[in-house]
Design a protein around this ligand. Structure first.
Ligand SMILES: Cc1cc2nc3c(=O)[nH]c(=O)nc-3n(C[C@H](O)[C@H](O)[C@H](O)COP(=O)(O)OP(=O)(O)OC[C@H]3O[C@@H](n4cnc5c(N)ncnc54)[C@H](O)[C@@H]3O)c2cc1C
Length: 396
């Protein structure tokens, strides 16, 4: 490791020891999270590998990895920014105009704007190109009408990355356009949905005649599918290697380290299960390390990010099931006064969501088969049919 990286690690370690909230487990308040992001940015640890001209630190993936390793010992209050940092921001950096990058990137990295991703709809999840939210030209901008669902952190969001239909006469993948929408604009209604963790991690959103200026369009009109694929590639990489990844799972009460410390490791059945957990964690860690090395060498992982996302979803479910069966009744009943109590129930209740959000396990397998292994793709009878003639959503 070069001296610079050693120094960088030391600086990150000292800063985290002095500034990371002690014993943090949940997302904390939005105000605290914004304040933390501002401090993180000012210390030079937000957007470490993002281009300096748009507000990033202009360092490399190696520095980012060093920081992630050091930060793995803490639960940083960055949850509200995970969609922005993991997918919306990278999309703006990749596809936005210079003016858009100047407008949004630094604010995201400093915690001034929370972003959400507005792709999925009640009738368009796996088949997101079947979405029906419309954006129609109106004067110098657009008017948006429709509904989204499953939108993480939208109840706190300032901006949303929206995928909308702009041409119903074109086939479904060719009539979409991407926009950045002001979540505080008149006509945007956000309704939180409660999931089985008891919290509102996602929302349903309604757009009624929401005006979006044309300067908020990302990419060309009707080129939204290409933009969406960019976002989804970033999403899968950020899920498998990022905040929710193996590194971020160190504080997880269901991780190998945590279970080894608390279980009867003399029991051969327990040992066997722990070995399998260890192997799965290491496999994902090494897979991510390899993708990281390739990225540093200028090779974009592309669809292979789907393999990491699939591995993480399966690992998360496996360790939640294992931890629960090892803990027995203690996994589902606890003394609320005990520090960290309820952590296993939490791990168990969020695990299934990971097999859906960012694309389901089945869709990840389809992508790996089609774009990584070059197997024959799924037949697509609707490929050349105008969207308005398809029997999808409310058109059925
Ligand atoms: C925790 C969480 C957070 C999320 N956050 C966001 C967000 O912030 N923004 C956003 O836009 N979306 C978000 N989503 C939505 C997520 O992307 C969708 O749930 C996902 O794409 C699946 O869509 P669906 O729920 O409509 O299921 P469907 O697409 O209806 O799928 C139902 C079942 O059919 C299977 N299936 C569907 N098509 C195929 C196929 N071709 N081959 C094989 N099997 C198939 C699926 O695997 C699944 O098991 C989130 C979801 C979750 C769970």
């Amino acid at each position: 490791m070069s001296t610079d990286l050693v120094e960088f690690r030391q600086r990150a370690r000292e800063w985290l020891a002095a500034n990371a909230p002690a014993g943090g487990t949940g997302p904390g308040s939005v105000a605290e999270a914004r304040a933390f992001m501002a401090k993180l940015y000012d210390a030079g640890f937000s957007g470490i590998s993002w281009p300096a001209e748009w507000g990033g630190q202009g360092l490399g993936q190696a520095e980012q990895r060093v920081f992630d390793e050091e930060a793995g010992a803490y639960t940083l209050p960055t949850y509200y920014f995970s969609i922005g940092l993991g997918m919306c921001g990278p999309t703006v950096v990749d596809l936005g105009t210079d003016e858009q990058r100047r407008r949004w990137v630094r604010r995201l990295l400093r915690g001034e704007d929370i972003w959400c991703q507005l792709f999925s709809e009640p009738n368009a999840g796996s088949d997101v190109a079947a979405l029906q939210t419309r954006a129609e030209r109106a004067g110098d901008g657009w008017v948006v009408n429709g509904q989204k669902v499953w939108t993480s952190v939208a109840q706190h969001a300032d901006l949303g990355l929206l995928l909308a239909r702009t041409d119903v006469d074109a086939p479904k993948h060719k009539g979409l356009t991407m926009f950045v929408i002001d979540m505080h604009a008149p006509g945007v209604t956000v309704r939180p949905l409660k999931d089985m963790s008891g919290r509102s991690n996602f929302n349903e959103i309604f757009f009624d005649d929401v005006h979006v200026p044309d300067e908020n369009r990302i990419g060309e009109v009707n080129d939204g599918w290409r933009c969406a694929v960019t976002t989804l590639l970033h999403e899968r990489l950020s899920i498998s290697g990022g905040v929710g990844g193996v590194a971020g799972g160190r504080g997880n009460p269901a991780s190998f380290e945590a279970l080894r410390a608390t279980c009867d490791t003399a029991d051969p059945v327990v040992r066997d299960a722990l070995v399998e957990l260890y192997v799965r964690e290491r496999a994902l860690e090494l897979f991510n390390a390899r993708l990281g090395q390739e990225t540093r060498a200028g090779i974009f992982p592309g669809a292979r990010g789907s393999a990491g996302k699939l591995l993480l979803a399966e690992l998360t479910q496996f360790r939640a099931d294992l931890a629960t069966s090892l803990a027995g009744p203690a996994a589902v009943a606890w003394d609320p006064e005990t520090e960290g109590a309820g952590g296993l129930a939490e791990a168990l209740s969020v695990a299934p969501g990971l097999a859906l959000g960012g694309g389901t396990n089945e869709i990840m397998r389809n992508i790996i088969g089609d774009r990584v292994l070059n197997l024959p793709p799924e037949p697509r009878a609707d490929k050349n049919v105008p969207f308005k003639d398809l029997k999808v959503g409310t058109q059925q």
